[in-house]
Design a binder for this molecule. Structure first.
Ligand SMILES: C[S@@+](CC[C@H](N)C(=O)[O-])C[C@H]1O[C@@H](n2cnc3c(N)ncnc32)[C@H](O)[C@@H]1O
Length: 155
């Protein structure tokens, strides 16, 4: 399982998602251009000392990201435009969960290029969840289904 962030705008969200990836052992792809620098203090603050423990790769374009995709790995877009709930999908261990840009989601070409689209159902009239919250919810379900969580430790 991987997370991919499409042209993220907000440094705190990217830092939060990298921390999530570090904690759960999930690699993160960042598809540029981003709306912030990787030296941004808000990015560093959100990632804290988890950033060096995160496995993440930057791709300078959507096309380069696609070219780097392991063969057979399916792209699953999280989008409010989907009709399928994220809990109704059968995930595979090598799926890539793709998150849209905070300001605009993803362009139509990306929407059409993915293998599947899922949504977190919400109450009517409300626009969207925070991208890191949506990512954590879907990643949790995908790891649960694929037995992908790190082993639980006795404390
Ligand atoms: C703030 S939202 C972007 C809203 C944007 N207007 C759009 O239509 O995608 C940022 C990203 O969070 C994810 N997201 C937020 N709420 C979601 C939901 N209810 N279901 C699925 N993904 C969601 C999507 O990946 C979305 O592109």
């Amino acid at each position: 399982m991987r997370l991919a962030l499409y042209q993220p705008d907000i440094p705190q969200n990217a830092g939060t998602l990298l921390r999530l990836g570090a904690c759960l052992g999930v690699e993160v792809d960042i598809i540029e251009p981003c709306g912030f620098a990787f030296t941004d203090r808000l990015f560093l603050r959100a990632g804290l000392d988890y950033l060096p423990r995160a496995a993440w790769r930057r791709h300078d374009s959507w096309d380069h990201f696609l070219a780097s995709r392991p063969s057979g790995a399916r792209l699953v877009l999280l989008t409010t435009r989907a009709t399928q709930s994220y809990t109704g999908r059968a995930y595979a261990a090598d799926d890539i969960l793709l998150l849209g840009r905070e300001s605009e989601g993803v362009p139509e070409a990306v929407h059409l290029a993915v293998d599947a689209r899922v949504l977190v159902p919400m109450r009517p009239g409300l626009r969207s969840l925070n991208v890191a919250v949506a990512g954590a919810m879907v990643l949790g379900e995908a790891l649960r289904q694929t037995a992908g969580f790190p082993p639980a430790m006795d404390h």
